[in-house]
Design a protein around this ligand. Structure first.
Ligand SMILES: Cc1ncc(C[n+]2csc(CCOP(=O)(O)OP(=O)(O)O)c2C)c(N)n1
Ligand SMILES: [Mg+2]
Length: 342
């Protein structure tokens, strides 16, 4: 386990890195709070908040090189934002568009929603980079619950044997919906599961952005050199699983150590302030900038509303009759009842 923020001397932290980490964490927090509120206003049907996981996601994203692939899930929107995917594109996806609206050039796959289905893809991307003699590596994001899926084991097996430049970032946020990690696995850590596949497993305090940044930076360097790594980033999901969930019915925050449930944004600000670090003062202006950015992104995302008919387009080249009937039924339903988005 890496040292926690409090154990380090703020004076030794690179000012540029500290500023960027804090700005992106605050920006992610603003996005998350405002997206949650938009869902409550009916702007989108559901939203999976990442509150509490900002240090882990931003620290990891900023450790990636420009050409590295990000393989995300519904939870890792802070990683996408910190990598440079525009806010409007992330909102568009939640609003129902299957594709990004802008022509950003961040190498990123669509968010995986079927649990662990992205892991074999991430290994394949790494194997393709090897085959093409590319320099790019891959960061594959997953949750603790994904480690119980067959795809997790199949992907790690391939990673161990074929040694692609792929780093797996398992964000252990304590929960898979209402299932705590203690019910997910009897293994004492997730990181040690890597042993069975002949790859390295490492744990990090996921609420320390500096520790995550350093751990993922090293994991990517090792992966690029032919040694894939499984990183277990210990953090805590502060909010519900999604906006459809009520964690008060099952979540016992007291069962977790305080360092794990402590707010990572507040903790990093306090750490920088304690050392009079020059980056400590950027939080307020970062919040204002992110608020304006969100206003513009919401406008842009809602400017061209999704045409429900497009839902059916990317599925088959030659659609089966049953799908055509569903397309017609939906069109008829909207003709009769109106489109809630318009
Ligand atoms: C294959 C599959 N099974 C079940 C689900 C329903 N489901 C959605 S999220 C989730 C929990 C995932 O937990 P975890 O991997 O820890 O990720 P987190 O939501 O905590 O980020 C489940 C079971 C799904 N999406 N896909
Ligand atoms: Mg989880």
């Amino acid at each position: 386990m890496h040292r926690v923020v409090g154990d380090r001397d703020p004076g030794t932290v690179d000012p540029e890195l500290a500023r960027e980490l804090l700005e992106e964490m605050v920006r992610a927090r603003v996005f998350d709070e405002r997206a949650f509120a938009l869902q409550r206003q009916g702007w989108m049907s559901g939203y999976p908040p990442f509150r509490g996981q900002e240090a882990s996601q931003v620290g990891a994203a900023l450790a990636m090189a420009d050409d590295d692939w990000l393989v995300p899930t519904y939870r890792s929107n802070a990683m996408q934002l910190a990598r440079g995917v525009p806010m409007a594109d992330v909102l568009r996806f939640r609003r129902g568009y299957p594709e990004f609206g802008s022509d950003h050039d961040v190498p990123v796959l669509p968010q995986a929603v079927p649990i662990a289905s992205q892991l074999p893809h991430a290994v394949g991307l790494g194997m393709a980079a090897d085959r093409n003699d590319g320099d790019e590596a891959v960061v594959c994001y997953l949750g603790d619950g994904a480690t119980s899926e067959g795809d997790f084991h199949e992907a790690l097996e391939f990673a161990g044997v074929f040694e692609p430049p792929t780093a797996f970032l398992c964000e252990n946020n304590g929960w898979a919906i209402s299932t705590p990690t203690s019910m997910q696995t009897a293994s004492d850590t997730i990181a040690r599961k890597a042993d069975a596949y002949g790859i390295d497993g490492r744990r990090v305090d996921g609420n320390d952005p500096l520790a995550v940044h350093e751990t993922v930076r090293r994991a990517l360097a090792d992966a690029r050199a032919g040694a894939p790594v499984l990183v277990e980033s210990l953090t805590y999901r502060q909010g519900p699983h999604t906006t459809s969930d009520d964690p008060d019915r099952y979540a016992d925050r007291e069962a977790y150590p305080a360092w794990r449930t402590r707010d990572p944004v507040e903790r990093f600000v306090e750490f920088l302030e304690a050392g009079d670090h020059p980056a400590a003062g950027v939080a307020e202006s970062a919040r204002e900038t992110a608020d304006s950015e969100f206003d513009a992104a919401r406008e842009a995302a809602a400017a061209a509303e999704p045409d429900p008919d497009e839902l059916f387009d990317p599925v088959y080249g030659d659609p089966p009759a049953a799908l055509d009937r569903q397309r017609e039924a939906l069109a008829e339903h909207l003709r009769r009842n109106g489109d809630p988005y318009r």
